[in-house]
Design a protein around this ligand. Sequence first.
Ligand SMILES: [Zn+2]
Length: 230
Amino acid sequence: MCERIPESAFPPRQLRRRGVLAVAGAAFVAACAPTRTRRRIHCVAPEPEPPSPKAPPEPAYRVFTREDWGAEPLKDNHDPMNGIKRITLHHTAELPGMDTRTDLELVKGVQNFHRNERGWADIGYHWLIGRDGNVYEGRTLEAQGAHAGAGKNGNNLGISAVGDFTTELPSAKQLATIELFLSEQLALYEIPIEELHGHRDFKPTECPGTSLYEWLGAFKQGRGAAQPDA
Ligand SMILES: [Zn+2]
């Protein structure tokens, strides 16, 4: 913006000596001031915007690593994953202390149950999505999971939503992360939409809950999956 300023306010000596107006500022002045008053009207370049620290865009969710939630190490009694070709969505169903415990505490409890009480190599799922809308790293990706049922875990990425979604959907926040995370994982491993499953596709189980399973069907249809037979 141009601004009419009194001559007295102008710092003349330095500018005249260096010829700033005549050289570097000439085009700017010409563009701003009417020709007949060019000598008396000076343009003042707008103050450059102070370099505002550019805050990185807020991530859609945070990933809590195994280290973050204090995972116990993977045991040897597992098969290697050897590549990921399908995804299975679960829910954890009701967990003890769900009303009072944080997602992090619940994830740790699920690992304790799977690994130490059931004797599995580790927590069964590769990822969990908390009620807080964050993502929790589960079993290491190099290890085949223990989530879909015997003979169904090969090349199968297990993702579990924390909560019971039999009669109601996850909160908007949690569901947004589920949708985003599934989309990201499908793209990451170049998995066709038909290879995204709910646990009940593999065995008789409520999992991942009727509400979430119906949502999953709509999600798949929205991405071009063939509609199931009526
Ligand atoms: Zn399940």
